[in-house]
Design a binder for this molecule. Structure first.
Ligand code: GLU
Length: 409
């Protein structure tokens, strides 16, 4: 066959061709490859709780299988689960939500994907405050939109300010993506900060808002969680509030995310999902129902554990020469500035020019996996997921400190 024919066969969709693979999954793949090659690695890369899913939730999954709950559900999800989701939004977020205005998806990622695929047209802009979770700009790209990243550095606590938001909005702006507590920085927006952003948004009725609240329950120091539609009810008709069971109930592998928003949007997302996955896994939906309606002790207990780990990790990281880490108020990530390491050389002879070099050298020479901040749109930083037992975290932080201390130049 001619080269031209070969090339034509392999031509990818241009949105996919221009998208980057998930940086978090790339690091996880590297960890797996190094372990398979016999190297010991402590992984602080993947953002997933190390706890087991609570026993009563696991039992609900098993019971669903035994009861023959193994067929399709409605595309938008089991009615009982959608009612539980509506009750959750009312109970925890003060949102008056009809169960018909909710949608269950295969993980939080699919909620975002459905929403953007359902609404973006060529050239539409999506404002993404940076640092951002690695997948936001790529999902925008895959859906044919244009991600407009807005730099939110340490000076603003890694948060979007009303002034920066106002400057980023254009007639083409379709969405703003907000994420609090934030992955990767752990930043948490206060009620007043959300209210100030809402004031700007009220003046721009064409802008929809995706509020990614997946880390809602991982919030420390007694802070109270707020979400945009709760703070400014006038915005509720154009806010998609999303959440899921992955982080709050240690259920990442069950793949259940959900959202609530205006009926027209939920119906469009349902239409898309009906031609795509047909809906989320039935067994997982039964387990998620048990998580949302059962005892909530697990949520409180894991919050306390993560706060304790945060304190330990931040203290140890700040002892490493060349690293500086502010105290995050939520999620389970520490975002450490590593500018102090750049230009230095490792014992194996690698000169560190970027945060990606730092991450690679930490993995190869110290056996610790992290993710580079530039993948989240802000370098030079490294993201440390402290969703690991105390002893492993202590060993990892000691290895990072030893690595930093051994750099020369
Ligand atoms: N949200 C997690 C993280 O940032 C899971 C991996 C992913 O989906 O990116 O590590």
């Amino acid at each position: 066959m001619h080269d031209d024919a070969h090339r034509a066969q392999r031509t990818l969709n241009r949105f996919l061709a221009d998208a980057r693979p998930s940086a978090t999954y790339q690091v996880m793949d590297r960890v797996a490859a190094r372990r398979a090659a016999g190297h010991a690695v402590i992984s602080l890369s993947a953002g997933e709780p190390d706890f087991d899913t609570p026993a009563h939730v696991r039992a609900a999954g098993i019971a669903a299988i035994e009861a023959g709950q193994t067929r399709y559900t409605q595309v938008a999800g089991l009615r009982a689960l959608r009612e539980a989701i509506a009750a959750k939004f009312a109970r925890e977020n003060g949102l008056g939500v009809d169960w018909r205005d909710t949608l269950v998806c295969s993980g939080g990622k699919q909620v975002i994907f459905n929403a953007l695929a359902a609404t973006l047209n060529a050239g539409d802009e999506v404002i993404v405050p940076a640092p951002y979770w690695v997948s936001y700009p790529e999902i925008v790209q895959l859906c044919g939109g244009q991600a407009i990243t807005v730099a939110c550095g340490a000076d603003s606590g890694f948060k979007l300010t009303p002034r920066a938001l106002a400057a980023a909005i254009t007639p083409r702006t379709r969405w703003l993506i907000l994420n609090s507590p934030s992955n990767p920085t752990g930043a948490v927006y206060s009620r007043a900060e959300l209210q100030a952003l809402a004031e700007v948004l009220l003046a721009h009725p064409q802008v929809l808002v995706l509020s990614d609240d997946i880390y809602e329950h991982l919030i420390f120091d007694g802070l109270e969680f707020f979400t945009l539609a709760q703070v400014e009810p006038r915005l509720q008709p154009r806010v998609l509030t999303m959440n899921g069971v992955s982080k709050a109930y240690a259920m990442t592998g069950w793949r259940i995310g959900f959202g609530t928003g205006p009926r027209w949007l939920i119906e469009a997302m349902e239409k898309l999902q009906g031609q795509q996955t047909s809906g989320a896994c039935t067994i997982s939906q039964h387990a998620a129902l048990a998580a949302l309606t059962g005892p909530q002790d697990f949520v409180r207990e894991s919050r306390a554990v993560f706060q304790r780990r945060r304190d330990m990790v931040v203290e140890l990281l700040n002892q490493a020469p060349g690293l500086h880490c502010a105290v995050p108020q939520g999620a389970f990530y520490a975002f450490a500035a590593c500018a102090g390491l750049l230009g230095k050389t490792t014992p194996a002879g690698t000169t560190l020019h970027s945060d990606e070099d730092v991450v690679n050298a930490l993995l190869d020479e110290a056996g610790v996996a992290t993710v580079h901040g530039s993948a989240f749109g802000l370098g030079p930083y490294i993201r440390i997921a402290y969703a690991l037992d105390d002893a492993s975290l202590r060993r990892a932080c000691t290895a990072i400190r030893t690595f930093c201390a051994a750099l020369t130049g």
